[in-house]
Design a binder for this molecule. Structure first.
Ligand code: 5AD
Ligand code: SF4
Length: 411
């Protein structure tokens, strides 16, 4: 039998799909294109309504087109979302129970989920070091869909990083909902130090970090470890103290700013990205202005801006929405404009400089694309053979969104 996997959501979902794929292959199933597949596995996420809507439309379309295809639904889903999809799916299963999925074409195994070695098909090697979350931010489904926080033993993680590096991965992503509170025998900072000791030429990135748990030992590890990239995602969510409180984020704007200043003192050239939610219930123009102020002051290198999406089971679901979709879009635009304007100024500083880039793929126009250590996009001409290797690129052009180089200079 043939199967096809469709993944929605974050890198942790991608990593779950790699385990599903590996387990299916072991059971003599063959991965194929969607049209040829007997089984379609949807691995999805309830974090935002838009993602659920996209998946629902896709599942319905497949069922309409070919009734014979077996549809399996898994991932981090809320009961309410599952209920709506029940009639269109043949099986709904929990990803962490993969070794014991009750399917006629799979043999159950008495192993732990994390013992399944992921089938790595991306240029990046994803390593989930923990699962779940204990923070209960009032808008977020993760504590409900993924349960409480659990850290994997450090030695298993080290082994898995070694395996991914051995497979040729040059970009290792260390993943968890809040990696700063990792506690698998050693601290997160010590885990980074141990990973840095692994032999090979690769970069290490990690996400996501909760400001309340960010220790200076982590900043020191970033500074001292050569393979740990100087790139940090530190979700702010809002720049207003009242909104932060309602979001159940236990820090205020001033504390966040101080934390960033301290991190920058230890690692001056760190690239900083953040997550923001616009249009949280009760977010007035005044509250939003405080986020704008933070954006101007902090000078983020990147921001993932999301429009608030009310989710069942979460605390803030009970709160009446006060910001229209139009206004959410406007607020998203305002922040994006500040970000891109600042980026244009920063990107100009790269002109004529040589930067180290990890080549990740080739775009539709035939240009190679990749990322710098600080996760900046770079495009340049070159051969496909360079994909998944490091290259030194001379920057000749820049825009709001990234950098462009003319030729690859000998490494
Ligand atoms: N609505 C909008 N954005 C959300 N996020 C989490 N839950 C929601 C929600 N209900 C965003 C947060 C988080 C990122 C992964 O997704 O910014 O950091
Ligand atoms: Fe969700 Fe992140 Fe908050 Fe956990 S820390 S509840 S995953 S937003």
């Amino acid at each position: 039998m043939k199967y096809h996997l469709i993944t929605y959501g974050c890198q942790m979902n991608k990593n779950d799909s790699e385990r599903i794929s590996s387990f299916f292959d072991k059971n003599n199933l063959t991965e194929s294109e969607e049209a040829d597949a007997d089984i379609i596995v949807f691995n999805a996420c309830s974090i935002r309504q838009s993602s659920i809507d996209r998946m629902t439309a896709k599942i319905k379309k497949i069922k309409e087109q070919s009734k014979d295809k077996i549809i399996i639904l898994t991932g981090c889903l809320l009961k309410k979302d599952i209920k709506k999809l029940e009639n269109f799916c043949d099986y709904i299963l929990k990803s962490e129970e993969l070794p014991s999925w009750n399917l006629p074409f799979l043999k159950k195994e008495k192993i732990d989920y994390f013992e399944i070695i992921p089938k790595r098909r991306d240029t990046a090697g994803y390593i989930s070091i923990m699962k779940g979350c204990n923070n209960f931010c009032s808008y977020c489904v993760v504590p409900y869909t993924k349960g409480r926080e659990f850290s994997r033993p450090a030695k298993d993680i080290i082994e898995e990083v070694k395996e991914a590096v051995f497979c040729g991965k040059k970009e290792i992503w260390i993943l968890g909902q809040n990696v700063n509170s990792y506690n698998g025998g050693i601290s997160f900072a010590d885990l980074l130090v141990e990973i840095d000791k692994i032999k090979g030429d690769f970069w290490v990135r990690f996400t996501s970090s909760h400001p309340k748990d960010f220790s200076f030992d982590i900043a020191k590890a970033i500074k001292n470890c050569k393979k740990i990239t100087k790139y940090l995602n530190l979700p702010l969510q809002s720049g207003d103290d009242e909104i932060l409180k309602k979001m159940n984020r236990p820090y205020n704007a001033e504390q966040y700013s101080k934390l960033v200043a301290n991190i920058r003192e230890i690692v001056p050239d760190i690239a900083l990205s953040t997550d923001i939610i616009v249009g949280f219930p009760g977010e007035t123009e005044h509250h939003f202005h405080n986020t704008v102020k933070m954006f101007n002051e902090i000078d983020f290198d990147m921001a993932y801006i999301a429009k608030y999406s009310p989710r069942h089971e979460t605390k803030s679901f009970a709160e009446k929405e006060t910001v229209s979709e139009e206004e959410k879009k406007r607020r998203e635009r305002v922040l994006t404009e500040i970000l891109t304007e600042k980026n244009l100024i920063k990107n100009r500083l790269y002109l004529k400089n040589i930067v180290k880039v990890l080549v990740m793929g080739i775009n539709k126009k035939g240009y190679l694309f990749g990322k710098t250590e600080g996760y900046k996009d770079v495009i340049f001409p070159g051969s496909e053979k360079k994909i998944n290797s490091f290259a030194n690129i001379k920057i000749t052009k820049c825009s709001k969104w990234g950098l462009e180089g003319k030729k690859i200079i000998q490494k």
